[in-house]
Design a protein around this ligand. Structure first.
Ligand SMILES: Nc1ncnc2c1ncn2[C@@H]1O[C@H](COP(=O)(O)OP(=O)(O)OP(=O)(O)O)[C@@H](O)[C@H]1O
Ligand SMILES: [Mg+2]
Length: 253
């Protein structure tokens, strides 16, 4: 599905030029769940912007579903983003003072989905992202961090993209909420066959992916299969059991 060869990205010109990616190559097949790891400044977001057709490489080739992205016009790129790719950015990308449902309906408006279909599809996406229906009419600034992330995931899903790109989707969340978000991504991958690229700098988050690519200073330093990915849904249950046990212990005389 994704095939990049010798991707280089240089920002700026002349003496101010900075090369954030130095000849990065890999292929990702449909249905993979890949984590891209690396310290701050290693080029993760730069790479995600290129993979998401939000930016173009300075050199190298990017083929998405066999098509060379560098030869596409701006209209074609916009169409690819709308049709194939779901982005999960950080929480603040939701529109404030706008309901949860409206936030998820918006990508469908841009994609020219008929108005009578939009609400049903948005609600379905919210349910598969694990948000309870009682929150659908809340304003996005009346939600917890974990609920906001679920809305962000629903918004990324609603146009049924084949590729989901998530940049630090658990960045500001506590451990339990992070697991819930990871569980949602794993479910989308396993049960719905979505290809997922998850960017993180935390090793224990990356261990939920089936493959881990490590970047350092704009270069790939390793690209390995993860033979035993952690199961976020199972870990969430263990958390709940521990919380229940703790609350029972507190009630002991
Ligand atoms: N628009 C830009 N102009 C100039 N330099 C940039 C630009 N965007 C990123 N860079 C530089 O490219 C390098 C890689 O940045 P990038 O945002 O890809 O890192 P990252 O791995 O996502 O880091 P973080 O974990 O902090 O988000 C950094 O040194 C950064 O300063
Ligand atoms: Mg980044």
């Amino acid at each position: 599905m994704i095939d990049i060869k010798n991707i280089t990205k240089t920002y700026g010109h002349g003496g101010d030029a900075y090369t954030a990616l130095h000849g990065v190559s890999f292929s990702i097949a449909e249905g993979e769940f890949v984590a891209i790891m690396g310290p701050s400044g290693s080029g993760k977001s730069t790479l995600m912007h290129i993979l998401g057709c939000l930016d173009t490489p300075s050199e190298g080739t990017y083929r998405l579903d066999g098509k060379d992205v560098s030869t596409m016009t701006d209209d074609e790129l916009a169409y690819v983003r709308k049709d194939k790719i779901g982005f999960v950015f950080q929480a603040f990308n939701l529109l404030p003072r706008t309901t949860v449902l409206r936030n998820v309906v918006l990508p469908l408006v841009y994609a020219n989905v008929p108005s009578e279909e939009r609400d049903a599809r948005a609600k379905e996406a919210l349910r598969s992202a694990g948000l309870d229906a009682s929150h659908f009419s809340h304003l996005s600034n009346q939600l917890s961090g974990g609920q906001i992330q679920r809305v962000a995931i629903a918004r990324a899903l609603v146009n049924e993209p084949v590729l989901i790109l998530a940049d630090e989707p658990t960045g500001n969340l506590d451990s339990k909420t992070s697991l819930v978000v990871l569980g949602t991504l794993q479910k989308l991958n396993r049960e719905h066959g979505r290809t997922i690229i998850l960017i993180t700098h935390e090793p224990d988050i990356a261990e939920h992916a089936n493959r881990i690519i490590r970047l350092r200073d704009g270069r790939i330093v390793s690209d390995e299969k993860n033979p035993a990915p952690r199961d976020a849904t199972r870990e969430t249950k263990l958390y709940d059991e521990r919380d229940t046990a703790a609350s029972l212990t507190n009630k002991l005389p």
